[in-house]
Design a protein around this ligand. Structure first.
Ligand code: SAH
Ligand code: SF4
Ligand code: F3S
Length: 409
């Protein structure tokens, strides 16, 4: 039996896609291995959102030449977003590469395998997976926005929402395997719409599945944070009280240039609506978008202060080929970007610590993920004094915080 090693880079969408692609390989007789030296097939699922991510993917591929040569019959599959962007021209520089499977073609991955003639016929068979407490379910693919800096729409294509019945079937399958927390995935997941069923409806449907203890989702777009959605999150105890809502900037000018579709005030109103519903809000911020002045950056700091995010991923702007922002001439000098990033990261660290500290003295429902650790509904990590059963939901009193971890009684 052929053994496959899976290497995934990038976001949770890629994690979910890797599982799907692995499923197609397993259905054709392969078996997963955690040891690359033992593998006959390697599946590399790649990211290209920033230049650094693509570089990582391609240099990983470069290093596989030796791996492939070490044993005959080995197969390299290069998949995902970087594979989509670079396409067949990769084979010129990396002639040892067998299959390129771009992110847009994920639904036809089985067909691509069959066409290659390198695998057996599909005969069914399921992935034997270590049961996890949390797992991902893709509810929509692609993105219909055109944020000026972003390559995702070009490598993932337009939005396609999956039918609720398929989503629920997937949820049922995961629950039967022991999964307790479902994370619904989409690039603008709350823009989900399928024959009159919107994202708030879908959330409730998933939360109502027997055996589902908690539902999270990633990543929502601020434009689709509706009063209805806020209400559903607020009133349904199974829906996590945490939303990761990418802001990108707090400057109206930069938000407009980025074509995000909202200004800082609209965004802050949505954040406040979520916070008033008891939700912790975290975010993504891009620093050094072309033309970002000191004043624009200060507006971002102001937004961060007002929103009191529980966490933020901060990224240096990275020009991506064929995106509108890539051809802008007014780049922010790297030294300045570094300086701003430093200031922002410091602030975020303080806010994250404050989010942890403010949970001290409260009772929290914690989903146990490892014997000694779990997460609150608001996505804060808790350490237990004694061993717990993974998958259980325990109600604990939070005794203290060290700013990055809560300690329970
Ligand atoms: N679909 C999600 C996120 C997509 S990519 C959303 O729109 O919210 C994840 C994050 O990467 C983005 O939120 C953004 O902060 C960052 N990002 C995207 N393109 C980037 C670029 N060219 N340079 C730096 N950061 C970028
Ligand atoms: Fe990229 Fe914008 Fe789409 Fe998010 S909403 S994936 S940032 S284009
Ligand atoms: Fe995700 Fe990277 Fe693709 S962030 S959508 S894997 S470009």
């Amino acid at each position: 039996m052929k053994k496959v090693f899976v290497q995934t880079f990038g976001c949770q969408m890629n994690v979910a896609d890797s599982a799907e692609m692995l499923g197609a390989l397993v259905a054709r007789g392969a078996k997963e291995t955690a040891d690359i030296d033992d593998a006959d097939i390697i599946l590399v699922n790649t990211c290209t959102v920033r230049e650094h991510a693509e570089h990582k993917a391609v240099s990983y591929l470069g290093r596989l030449e030796k791996w492939k040569a070490a044993r005959s019959g080995r197969v390299i599959i290069f998949a995902g977003c970087a594979a989509q962007r670079l396409g067949e021209k990769l084979k010129k520089s990396y002639p040892f590469l067998d299959i390129i499977a771009g992110a847009k073609g994920i639904e036809n991955f089985g067909g691509v395998l069959d066409e290659s003639g390198l695998f057996g016929a599909e005969h069914g068979g399921d992935i034997i997976k270590k049961s996890t407490v949390t797992d991902f379910v893709t509810v929509m693919r692609g993105c219909d926005f055109q944020c000026s800096y972003c390559i995702v729409p070009s490598v993932r294509g337009p939005v396609k929402c999956l039918p609720p019945k398929d989503i629920l079937a997937q949820v049922k399958m995961l629950v039967a395997r022991g999964v307790k927390e479902i994370v619904l995935l989409g690039q603008t997941v709350n823009a989900y719409k399928y024959e009159g069923i919107d994202f708030a409806d879908l959330l409730e449907m998933v939360a109502a599945e027997p055996g589902v203890e908690r539902v999270r989702f990633m990543s929502p777009h601020p434009l689709y944070i509706t009063p209805k959605l806020v209400d559903v999150i607020k009133n349904n105890p199974k829906i996590a009280k945490h939303v990761h809502l990418p802001a990108q900037s707090g400057s109206d000018k930069i938000l407009k240039d980025m074509k995000r579709g909202y200004d800082a005030k609209t965004l802050l109103d949505k954040i406040n609506a979520l916070k008033n519903a008891g939700v912790l809000v975290s975010t993504d911020i891009v620093i050094g978008y072309p033309g970002e002045t000191e004043e624009d950056f200060n507006d971002t700091l102001k937004l961060v202060d007002a929103a009191k995010f529980s966490f933020a991923y901060c990224f240096k702007f990275s020009p991506r080929a064929d995106t509108p922002a890539a051809s802008l001439k007014n780049a922010v000098p790297d030294k300045e970007v570094e300086k701003r990033l430093d200031i922002l990261l410091n602030k975020i660290k303080g806010l994250a610590a404050a989010a942890y500290d403010s949970a001290v003295g409260t009772r929290q429902e914690v989903l146990v993920e490892t014997p000694y650790k779990g997460r609150t509904s608001g996505n804060l990590w808790v350490k237990f004094p004694s061993k717990q059963q993974a998958g259980n939901v325990v109600t604990v009193l939070i005794k203290r915080s060290d700013g990055t971890l809560l300690y329970s009684e």
